[in-house]
Structure formats: C-alpha cells, structure tokens
Design a protein around this ligand. Structure first.
Ligand code: CAA
Length: 257
C-alpha cells in the first residue's frame, strides 16, 4: 500500500500524502512513495502539479519523530539527505508545483510546502519549524529555504524560538499567497493549476527554469539565464501562434506541449 496517491485531471495532477492517522508525517516509506509518484507523472502531458495532504487537519505534521527517535548520527544524516533529495527533485521539476496546505505544515511539512513553487492554504493551516524543541535543526531544507521565502530575521525567530504561525500571519510574511476556507482550498488550487496549464507550456517551463536557475546566482549571471530561456522560446510554435494571434486580434489556438 502506498502512502501517496495520484490523480491526473486532464492537464493537471494532484498528489496527496495519505497517512492521516499520523497527520501525514513523513517516514522513509512516505518519502519513497512520494518520490515514486513524482517520478511516475507523465510530464509530456501534465502541466502543473498540486501537492496536498489527506483529511481536513494536516498537510504534513513533519518528519516522523518516532522513526528518528533512536537514530544514530549516520542514520540522521541519511534521513536528512533522503528528504532533501526528494524535496529538491520537487523544487526542480520541469513544471510548476502548487502546495495546497490544508492544516498543519510543521517541520518537514513546512519544508515540503517551501519546495513547491506556490503555496496557498486553508484558514486552519499552521506553519512552523519546531525542530529545536526536539533537539535537532530543521533537516529537509528548512534552515535554508525559510530564510529565502520570508525575511531572514523572521525565519530565525521562528526557528530559534520554535514559533508556529497561523495562516493569517503566514500570509502577512509572504510565506503563502492566499487563504481559503478548507472546502474551497482544493478547488482554488485546481483553478490556479488549470490557469497555468492554459498558458504556453514550454514558456511556463522556461519561466520556472529561469527563476530557479537565477535566484541564487549574481545578477549578471542571472540575466544570462533569462537571455537563454527567453531566446529559446522563439523556436516554439507557441511563440509564433501566440504573437500572431495578438497581432490579428484573435484568440490564439490551443498551445502545444
Ligand atoms: N511524527 C510522528 N507522528 C506524528 C507526528 C510526527 N511529526 N505528528 C503527529 N503524529 C502522530 C501523533 O503521534 C499521533 O499519533 P497517535 O494517535 O498514534 O498517538 C497522531 O499523529 C495525531 O497527533 P496528535 O494526537 O499529537 O494530534 P494533536 O491534534 O493533539 O496535535 C500537532 C497536532 C500539534 C501537529 C502534534 O501532533 C505535533 O506537535 N506533531 C509534531 C510536529 C513536529 O514537531 N514536527 C516536526 C517533526 S521533526 C522534522 O520535521 C525534522 C525535519 O525537518 C526533517
């Protein structure tokens, strides 16, 4: 049995972490299942992914504490590398990924959401990196991504003092883009995913790659990243049709993959 389910809906895919009894906590099997599902997506067809958690209480309540409790240093390192490898894979997928955060996003859950391109949340969502209260640091990217998503000082305050924040505060700090009532979260995520899927897909992929490749390099190098991706788009049928349709004041033909 897999702890991660996948549903393809036309041009979008929905990945659900499904270990509700443990609030979708990430143990080794969940990480393996998540990677297997991500690897199995048909990226020739699917143009946007949504990642969410099963149930109405939790997105992901963190890495599995029970599994880590007796770990040696070497085992802790292996678990950290495992989670980081899977999350980096998600972050660098060729298509955009939306985290639909339907409750607790603590520790590894907050970290999973931060590996996604876009975060939207339900009104009961709670975010935090409470690891220092367990005697460890965040280990699936939290020490690195939180300070890249919100101001460094706020990230340090949350991590050092193990402070969890509710959806409203996460919105204020820009950690999430929007808040929805629980029942409206997934429909909102699907609407956004479908809007992304309706754009020129090669251009969307190029935009994601340009932003990902450029974010951590000096500006002159980052500009060259943009030059490459922008110019590559001129070899696509979508660019020809998209611009021709604009000039002819008509709706463009459906974009191609
Ligand atoms: N690991 C393992 N099991 C977990 C879990 C986790 N991270 N979070 C919740 N669970 C389990 C609980 O043990 C409980 O199981 P049982 O029913 O078998 O006792 C079940 O899920 C329900 O949880 P609670 O009874 O605790 O539910 P609650 O509503 O009272 O509290 C909560 C919810 C505040 C999220 C609380 O469960 C909690 O604090 N969870 C841990 C959050 C956390 O510290 N996450 C960070 C983990 S470390 C990490 O993620 C490291 C990293 O960066 C890689």
């Amino acid at each position: 049995m897999s702890f991660v389910t996948y549903e393809a809906k036309d041009l979008i895919g929905i990945v659900t972490i499904n270990r509700e009894k443990a609030l979708n906590a990430l143990n080794t099997q969940v990480l393996n299942d998540l990677e297997e599902v991500i690897d199995g997506v048909d990226y020739d067809t699917i143009r946007c992914l949504i990642i969410t958690g099963a149930g109405k209480k939790s997105f992901v309540a963190g890495a599995d504490i029970g599994e880590m409790a007796e770990d040696t240093k070497a085992e802790g390192k292996e678990f950290c590398e495992h989670g980081n490898r899977v999350f980096r894979k998600i972050e660098t997928l060729p298509i955009p990924v939306i985290a639909a955060i339907n409750g607790f996003a603590l520790g590894g859950g907050c970290e999973l959401s931060m590996a996604c391109d876009i975060r939207i949340a339900s009104d009961n969502a709670v975010f935090g990196q409470p690891e220092v209260g367990l005697g460890i640091t965040p280990g699936f990217g939290g020490t690195q991504r939180l300070m890249r998503r919100i101001p460094v000082g706020k990230a340090k305050e949350m991590i050092y003092a193990s402070i969890n924040i509710k959806a409203e505060e996460a919105l204020k700090w820009g950690l999430i883009n929007a808040i929805y009532p629980q029942d409206e979260l997934l429909p909102a995520a699907e609407k956004l995913a479908n809007r992304i899927a309706a754009q020129a897909p090669i251009a969307v992929r190029a935009a994601k790659a340009a932003m990902n490749e450029g974010i951590d390099v000096p500006m002159d190098e980052a500009i060259q990243v943009e030059v490459k991706h922008f110019s590559d788009c001129f070899e696509t049928a979508d660019q020809k049709e998209g611009m021709k349709a604009f000039m002819e004041k008509r709706k463009h033909e459906p974009f191609q993959n």
